[in-house]
Design a protein around this ligand. Structure first.
Ligand code: CUA
Length: 370
């Protein structure tokens, strides 16, 4: 790129260049601007090519549900139209700049005041473009609020500081309760009914569609059909306190049979330890008879009444703990239980006041909860 300041060093590029434009840097100006424009376009193209869910698991540009696809289509339509307008305007502008530039000896141009045809054109063309965007926009807005079709899977979503509860009402009247990892079948419409037990959160799994505010005292809905099996990451998208950024979730879309098997297992009571003298049994006694039971339910045990923390009945099947911020393994369970607020500032679970040995028993029991 030409590093010189460029106002005084302008050279006439051809016989046609000269006069006033030469004194403000005529052809040099072009030579300086064009490479920058080309570079900027190159960067944009490069950035648009390096997206993808592998590198950016929370991308909104790789839709995997019908709802997300519809929104993505609308966004693309708008972007392509905008690029078309920008390109057309730039081309016309470039043509005018080159073709009508001042040449020595040119007479004073004809002075005009208004041109009805041009004015009609630049009023009507944008009006047409805006209606091309407006009609599908309004349609998509209504689509995002659509009622769930017959046979949709209903899941209740509850946002809490700083985790998610998912409740699946079953046909037999029971409810499967899990946390932070929502399982759904591919190809079946899913209706999430969402509310909050404390402050306003926002449910957002970008590849499944738009955000939904999760508001105490209200039930908001979102309906979508997952299109492809996989694990899709999400994140609370409304500032909700000091650990807002640690309020993650994941949606696991299964093939239908796999989902049915998952749900069937979740509906069972907790696994019962077999060896009455084992560390696992000692852990069970600590968890279900001690301080944990005040906030956590483990179905099939005496821990039946805690509603403040996640249901732990099938904790060991979850891939993460602490709302998606740690892998579910013995080391992390130990760190999390021994001092949750250290891992997640503001977390309500207090250090349990257990000895090192007791903590190991607790972790051993929790790891059996398949
Ligand atoms: Cu919940 Cu941010």
């Amino acid at each position: 790129m030409d590093p010189s300041p460029g106002l005084s060093d302008a050279q006439p590029a051809s016989g046609r260049t000269g006069g006033i434009l030469r004194t403000i840097g005529g052809s040099t100006l072009w030579r300086r601007i064009l490479p920058r424009v080309a570079l900027a376009l190159g960067v944009v193209l490069l950035l648009s090519a390096c997206g993808g869910a592998e590198r950016f698991p929370q991308t909104a540009l790789d839709p995997k549900s019908d709802l997300a696809e519809r929104v993505d289509w609308l966004q693309n339509l708008t972007i392509y139209l905008a690029f078309g307008v920008a390109l057309t305007v730039l081309l016309i502008l470039s043509y005018i700049l080159v073709h009508f530039r001042y040449k020595p000896g040119d007479p004073m141009p004809k002075q005009v005041h208004g041109n009805t045809q041009l004015e009609l054109a630049w009023t009507l063309i944008p009006a047409v473009l805006v209606s091309i965007i407006a009609v599908p926009t309004v349609q998509t807005i209504f689509d995002t609020q659509a009622e769930a079709p017959e046979g949709a899977l209903e899941v209740e979503v509850i946002g809490l500081q700083w985790w998610w509860e998912f409740r699946y009402p079953l046909a037999n009247g029971d409810t499967v309760v899990t946390a932070n990892e929502i399982h759904v079948p591919v190809g079946t419409p899913v209706e999430l009914k969402m509310t909050s037990r404390d402050v306003i959160h926002s449910f957002w799994i970008p590849q499944m569609g738009g955000k939904r505010d999760v508001v105490p005292g209200r039930v908001n809905r979102i309906v979508f059909t997952p299109l492809e099996a996989g694990v899709y990451l999400g994140q609370c998208a409304e500032f909700c306190g000091e650990s807002h950024a640690l309020m993650k979730m994941r949606l696991i879309a299964h093939e239908p049979e796999e989902f049915a098997a998952w749900l069937e297992n979740e509906a069972r009571p907790a696994v019962e330890p077999t060896d009455s003298a084992s560390a696992v049994m000692a852990g069970k006694q600590l968890v279900t008879g001690g301080v944990c039971a005040g906030c956590h339910i483990i179905r099939g045990t005496s821990a039946q009444f805690g509603r403040l923390g996640p249901d732990l009945t099938h904790l060991a099947r979850r891939t993460t703990i602490a709302a998606g911020i740690m892998d579910n393994n013995a080391e992390n369970l130990h760190a999390w239980i021994s001092n949750a607020p250290e891992v997640k500032p503001g977390a309500l679970m207090p250090p349990p006041g257990l000895s090192e040995q007791e903590l190991r028993y607790v972790v051993a029991y929790l790891q059996t909860l398949y």
